[in-house]
Design a protein around this ligand. Sequence first.
Ligand code: HGY
Ligand code: MN
Ligand code: MN
Length: 414
Amino acid sequence: MTVKSNLTINPQRLWDALMETAKFGATPKGGIKRLTVSDEDKKVRDWFKAQCEALGCAVSVDSVGNMFALRPGRNNKLAPIAMGSHLDTQPTGGKFDGVLGVLGALEAMRTMIDLGYETNAPVMIVNWTNEEGSRFAPAMLCSGVYAGVFTEDFAYARADRDGITFGDELKRIGYKGKEPVGSHKFQAMFELHIEQGPILEAEQKMVGVVTGVQGMRWYEVTVNGQEAHTGATPMLLRKNALLGAARMIEAINQIGLDNLPGVASVGLIENRPNSRNVVPGEVFFTVDLRHPDESVLDKMEKDYQAAILNIAEALKLKAEEKRIWKSPAVKFAPNLIDCVRHGAEQAGFSTRDMASGAGHDAAYIARVAPTTMIFVPCLGGLSHNEEESTTFDECAAGAQVLLNAVLEFDRQFA
Ligand code: HGY
Ligand code: MN
Ligand code: MN
């Protein structure tokens, strides 16, 4: 039975909040660089805390920086219903990845308060620390600590490519909270997010009813050869680490093409000594393999490892590789998926069921609480790009469906 929800979010207020927070880490090309636990991240966290406290929410921070803004309900013996996502971005991120989910939740909260709507269960907004995993790998680090996938110490020890640790930076920006991580229990989490892919736009659907997240694995590869003079070293006597890396990257790309709809990518590479007249002696690069089916991912992993060794052998190089992250494919909670579907119907939006290609905090939270996601389109499916673009109406649609879904889920406690 679907009850018409007459609570309507304020689209302009949501849009203004998105544009205001886009200033924290704004880049000249119109994107955002707000790396986790950076000064820019501190600014947006301070802003978010102030906004939630102004609404009368109690804001707390746990030991890995996850932020929780709680609004009581009629029956506070019930565990809260959470709406969460992340405020950190990629180095060349856009204005909507992650932040739409946190600010969409803030708008839903504002709407309930404006209209004096009291929920049965308490409601909570969550900002998960370091979803991106760009500066400190792996991704979804602190929703992972919350879900028991990683320990606090593992998280604190993660170092960026300059050797700075996550724990030191978290302390430096003042967000290493007192609350033990995992102490904030909730009974469900809804995450609003842009799709970051082209399907909704191509099919002209407004809302993605997300059924789960594909499996993801990250690796680190170091290729060693021998530094030598580019002028005096004959081609056949070289041990060129960069040539080896180039062939490995081509082979990894082919593994993606051979296992569609899987994907295989190399995103970070360091070439040493990176001098124009030295044959490179060492190359470090990262590998990202993803597929909805774990058994295919196992095969992609074996194929990639074989390619690395065969290419190294052929070029008289040494290659070491290690898996640093494995996030298995996840299915979301059917009853929450239904709340999203009904929430979209209430608001009159077209929908389509889909799995997520990108990773999200919801993938880990689904291990400890019923969880699901809501997608809205982004222009050309582009994300992790400063040109990421989602329209005023699409942002509003996402926040409206988030509110409707939460209220539908809450009605069971009336
Ligand atoms: O890697 C991901 O899929 C996410 O954007 N962190
Ligand atoms: Mn994201
Ligand atoms: Mn992202």
